[in-house]
Design a protein around this ligand. Structure first.
Ligand SMILES: C[S@@+](CC[C@H](N)C(=O)[O-])C[C@H]1O[C@@H](n2cnc3c(N)ncnc32)[C@H](O)[C@@H]1O
Length: 241
């Protein structure tokens, strides 16, 4: 067994986290557990420069390339949405994961409420153990966590509700429904006129073959979105209704 080093503590100090650089362990009331689980897929927290990232079947769910931590990525995405500090906007974060993008939205003064949705119960469990996701579940939090698929949840939202959306789905091959014209149509419906959206699409190579960014751009445009702009560093596109 690899040597474990201190990682961090929960805000109230009742949980002590350690790491062997591959896994994160939580110790509470003398009981230690490794923060990974199998539930149809293999879910695991691993440390990245002092911050946990989520892996599903070995695939990273947070972009860290060119960023020191996944928190820096989330903050830069939110910065790109140019949220006015004086507003009282309602924001949607479609795919919660560890909630770093939802938390970055909630930290903005101009945001009143953030709705976020997560399909996997295992991810929600790991997020509850992750001290960096605390704000998701804190009493009085601006963030509303919903369980289930956003493709269904979105149908229950009123039209013209959201001023900002972060759509950070798994890659297209793992969740094609989150890149579909039907979903973009619903996204358009629930956005206010002028709403700003960030959509992660992954890196766009010069290799021959499928250009996911072009496919997404075409579908977003057909749904009604305009001013579509891919930002290579964020591996995603900004657009607006
Ligand atoms: C790339 S991660 C999101 C990372 C997140 N933005 C963060 O800051 O931690 C994608 C997440 O979407 C979840 N997911 C997949 N399909 C979904 C769906 N249909 N509805 C909601 N969440 C979904 C996955 O379980 C995964 O946790």
């Amino acid at each position: 067994m690899k040597e474990r080093k201190p990682f961090c503590k929960s805000p109230d100090g009742s949980i002590v986290y350690t790491t062997d650089d591959s896994f994160i362990y939580a110790e509470k009331d003398g009981v230690m557990m490794r923060l990974d689980m199998f539930a149809g897929h293999y879910y695991k927290l691993r440390p990245y420069n002092g911050v946990p990232i989520l892996e599903v079947d070995g695939l990273r769910m947070q972009l860290v390339k060119d960023f020191r931590t996944p928190l820096d990525y989330s903050e830069e995405v939110v910065k790109g949405l140019h949220i006015l500090a004086t507003g009282d906007a309602v924001a949607l974060d479609t795919c919660m994961g560890l909630g770093y993008t939802a938390i970055a939205l909630a930290k903005k003064n101009g945001v009143k409420t953030v709705a976020t949705c997560e399909l996997s119960e295992a991810v929600i469990t790991l997020a509850k153990w992750n001290p960096f996701s605390d704000m998701l579940f804190a009493k009085g939090s601006k963030i509303i966590v919903m369980e289930g698929s956003i493709t269904e949840r979105i149908k229950s939202f009123d039209s013209d509700m959201f001023s900002f959306v972060i759509h950070d789905p798994p890659r297209l091959s793992h969740a094609p429904e989150l890149y579909s014209s039907d979903f973009y149509g619903e996204l358009y419906r629930v956005c206010k006129k002028g709403a700003k959206i960030f959509h992660y699409v992954g890196s766009v190579g010069k290799k021959k073959g499928r250009r996911i960014d072009k496919e997404v751009e075409k579908r977003l445009f057909s749904a009604g979105f305009r001013a579509i702009r891919y930002v290579p560093r964020l591996q995603g596109m900004f657009t607006r209704k």
